[in-house]
Design a protein around this ligand. Structure first.
Ligand code: HEM
Length: 140
């Protein structure tokens, strides 16, 4: 369970993917993470929730997942779960619905194609300084 949460957080670039510390009975070794995860996002434009809310229809649909903003307008018709289910969250935060649906690693990788920005720090829920504290126990 911890492993799958760690993988999800790594794939979403909430925690680093570069290395994974593995505890063995004799020593702690550091190994390279060989999973097929692209390099972390560096800098993204800040987009506030008020702006996201203005993009809430089929011809212009933005959503927020884990404090990152995605323009999914061109993906709606290709979404395997259908356009309507995403439209329920158009212009809003869809993190819990996205996470609750149990998307595959491929789906998480695919999100990158639609990434356009991230929330300003004061509007973030997941990627905050406190999150870093909460994630302290998770291997980097
Ligand atoms: C950029 C955002 C999204 C991407 C790239 C994406 C991608 C995908 C992909 C590739 C699948 C196929 C199964 C899998 O590989 O996991 C899928 C299925 C699904 N997605 Fe999404 N999705 C996105 C957002 C959402 C959101 C916001 C919701 C919910 C509100 C959602 C609900 C679902 C559901 C219910 C399925 C299952 C469809 C089925 O198996 O019948 N998705 N999505």
């Amino acid at each position: 369970m911890t492993t799958s949460i760690t993988s999800l957080l790594q794939a979403l670039h909430i925690i680093p993917t570069s290395s994974v510390k593995q505890k063995t009975s004799q020593s702690i070794t550091t190994t390279t993470n060989k999973s097929n995860v692209s390099s972390p996002v560096t800098s993204l434009p800040e987009i506030c929730l008020e702006t996201v809310a203005q993009h809430d229809d089929y011809s212009d649909c933005w959503i927020v997942i884990y404090d990152r903003v995605y323009d999914v307008t061109n993906f709606l018709q290709d979404h395997p779960g259908g356009a309507d289910i995403i439209m329920d969250y158009a212009g809003r935060d869809a993190t819990l619905a996205f996470h609750g649906t149990g998307h595959s690693r491929d789906a998480i990788e695919q999100m990158r194609d639609y990434l356009i920005g991230e929330l300003p720090s004061k509007e973030r829920i997941f990627r905050t300084k406190n999150t870093q504290v909460l994630l302290k126990g998770i291997p980097e």
